[in-house]
Design a protein around this ligand. Structure first.
Ligand SMILES: C[S@@+](CC[C@H](N)C(=O)[O-])C[C@H]1O[C@@H](n2cnc3c(N)ncnc32)[C@H](O)[C@@H]1O
Length: 302
C-alpha cells in the first residue's frame, strides 16, 4: 500500500529549463538558489561521468533489486545494470530519464511520492548526490522509502559532508540569470548525525556509515514490520510507535533565521516547509518490471 503525497504546488522545477540543458550538454554551471541569493553548486559533470570510486563504494553495498531514486542522468543505474543487477531509476526529469535510457539503464519518469512498481519489494534504495533532500522533509522521505523497501531492505543515502539539518526553498539557476524564481520547490540538506537521528526515531537500523573522496554515506536497514518489540529492544532500536521524532535533537523544530544571511553554503538556514516535491508521471521506458502502453501507462508486472 502506498502513500501518494498530494502535489502541494505544480512547479516544474527539475523537469525542464536549466537542469534539462545541463544534462543535454553534460556541463554546469548549475545551482540550487535560495531567494536570498544563497547558492549550492550542483555537480553536473560528475553526474554525467562514469561512477567514481565514492559511487562504487555505495554500489558495492547494494543488495537485491535496486531502486535509484532521483537517478539523474543514470550513471549508477547503468553501472548496476552492467553488473547484472536488476535496477530501476526513477526521476521526475524527462531529460534525466532519457539520458539513463541512452546509457542502457531502465528508468521511469515518476516521483518517489507517486505509486511505483515493486513497492515493498526493493532490496536497496539509493538516495545519492544529496537526494535525501527531495521533498524538503527527510522524515517524510524516509517513511516513503520504508514503504518501497522489502522487509530488512537497505537504504543507502549520501549525506552532506557537514553536520547540518536544514530545510530550504530553492530554484534551479544556471548562474547566467536563466532561472525562474517562481519555480521554487522545497529541498533539504542533512548531514549524517541528523539523518541518523531521523532514522533511529523511525525505527531504522544503522547498517553502515562511511566516507569516500570527501563524500559521506549512510546505509540504513528497514525494520521488518513482522519483528516484535523484543527484537528491537535487543538491538537498542527504539519502538517507532513510542519514539517521537521531536525527542531527537536532529528532529527538533527548525530554527528560523533571517533571510538576509550571507551567501554561504554552510549556512544552517532552516525553514518549516514540509511539502513534497511534485512531479509528472509519464512512463518513458520499458523493462520486465515496467512497460509503456500506447497511452503511456505503466504496468507493474513484477
Ligand atoms: C541532486 S540531483 C541528483 C542527480 C543524480 N543522483 C545523478 O546521479 O545524477 C536530484 C535528482 O532528483 C530528481 N528528483 C527531484 N525530485 C524528485 C522526486 N520527487 N522524485 C524523483 N526524482 C526527483 C531530479 O530531477 C534530479 O535528477
Amino acid at each position: 500500500m502506498s502513500t501518494v503525497v498530494p502535489r502541494p504546488d505544480a512547479a516544474p522545477s527539475w523537469c525542464a529549463g536549466p537542469y534539462a540543458d545541463a544534462l543535454r550538454t553534460g556541463r554546469g554551471p548549475l545551482f540550487l538558489r535560495r531567494p536570498d541569493g544563497w547558492l549550492l553548486p550542483l555537480d553536473v559533470e560528475r553526474w554525467c561521468a562514469a561512477p567514481d570510486p565514492a559511487d562504487l563504494s555505495a554500489l558495492r553495498r547494494c543488495a537485491g533489486p535496486v531502486l535509484d531514486i532521483g537517478c539523474g542522468p543514470g550513471r549508477l543505474v547503468a553501472a548496476l545494470a552492467a553488473l547484472g543487477r536488476r535496477t530501476l531509476g526513477i526521476d521526475v526529469s524527462e531529460a534525466a530519464v532519457r539520458h539513463t535510457l541512452e546509457l542502457g539503464g531502465t528508468a521511469l519518469r515518476r516521483s518517489v511520492f507517486e505509486t511505483l512498481p515493486g513497492e515493498g519489494r526493493w532490496g536497496t534504495a539509493l538516495l545519492m548526490d544529496g537526494n535525501i533532500g527531495i521533498g524538503g522533509d527527510p522524515a517524510a522521505l524516509l517513511a516513503r522509502v520504508a514503504e518501497l523497501l522489502a522487509p530488512r531492505g537497505l537504504l543507502i543515502a549520501e549525506t552532506a559532508p557537514v553536520d547540518i539539518d536544514e530545510r530550504v526553498r530553492v530554484h534551479l539557476d544556471d548562474g547566467r540569470g536563466r532561472a525562474d524564481p517562481d519555480e521554487v520547490f522545497p529541498w533539504a540538506r542533512i548531514g549524517t548525525p541528523a539523518l541518523l537521528g531521523y532514522a533511529r526515531a523511525a525505527g531504522w537500523q544503522v547498517a553502515d556509515q562511511w566516507s569516500a573522496d570527501g563524500r559521506s554515506f549512510v546505509a540504513l536497514r528497514r525494520r521488518d514490520p513482522r519483528e516484535g518489540a523484543a527484537g528491537r529492544a535487543a538491538r537498542g532500536v527504539p519502538d517507532p510507535h513510542r519514539a517521537h521524532p521531536a525527542q531527537h535533537p536532529a528532529a527538533r523544530q527548525p530554527r528560523p533565521v533571517p533571510a538576509s544571511r550571507p551567501d554561504r553554503d554552510t549556512d544552517h538556514v532552516r525553514t518549516a516547509h514540509h511539502s513534497a516535491d511534485p512531479a509528472n508521471s509519464a512512463a518513458v521506458t520499458s523493462s520486465h518490471r515496467v512497460r509503456n502502453t500506447p497511452a503511456g501507462r505503466v504496468v507493474d508486472r513484477s
